[in-house]
Design a protein around this ligand. Sequence first.
Ligand code: 13P
Length: 257
Amino acid sequence: MRRIIVAGNWKMNKTNQEVTDFFTQLKEEIKSLNLNNVSPIIAPPFIYLQNAQQIANDTEIKLSAQDISEHDFGAYTGEVSAPMLKSINVEYSIVGHSERREYHNEIDMQVGIKAQKLIDNGITPIICVGEKENEREMGMTESVILSQLKLIFDEMKAVDPTKIIIAYEPVWAIGTGKTATPHMAQEVHKIIRQWLAKNISNEAANQIPILYGGSVKPDNFEELLSQKDIDGGLIGGASLKIDDYMSLLNTATKISK
Ligand code: 13P
């Protein structure tokens, strides 16, 4: 059975005090949950990772970065690398988020290079793929997703399925309130799993968690999670509020039983 991942992507939000308050409260409230097979992950901005980690230290809550550099060290002003994350024991990083692709012109090849850098440093990449609205309207969803997967995985060496997470985030559903219906999301998750079986291994297809992201809220999470190939969420807006995030975790623990 694959674990259920409830990953919050905080994007560029919160002050240091707000981060402290959120993690202090989460640490307390999470004690009442039987997390079983559920993994809570939060991706705050880089500068808060260590503060958050210190608070979450002896809990099930894991930290993730939102992106990393393609390089290890050197003259790359403003960037943060995988070896740096490793040196502070961060266990996950998102790569290829559509906002990185859109505002920083990131392409699939770079996403693959970044994912491999993370793996080389013992960090699990959360690899994002997803089609834009016009691509879906033109019936191109499947071909876009398959092309993204191919170009990303072409840059990666031997794949350890226990050390990779994929997130399907339809770009048109991010921050818009438009969620893909559970059926629409399931269709794409199934396509991703079939691609993994054919191109990587059956083990990869069975073990790699595939998260859905795009306007996940407490009131639609249960139905999304009940789909066969949806193993959790990559959640923006709703992960910023402690009550909503706790509610998402609650739903996940119910489903995992
Ligand atoms: P929202 O949940 O705010 O739509 O954001 C989704 C997302 O981009 C998570 O990475």
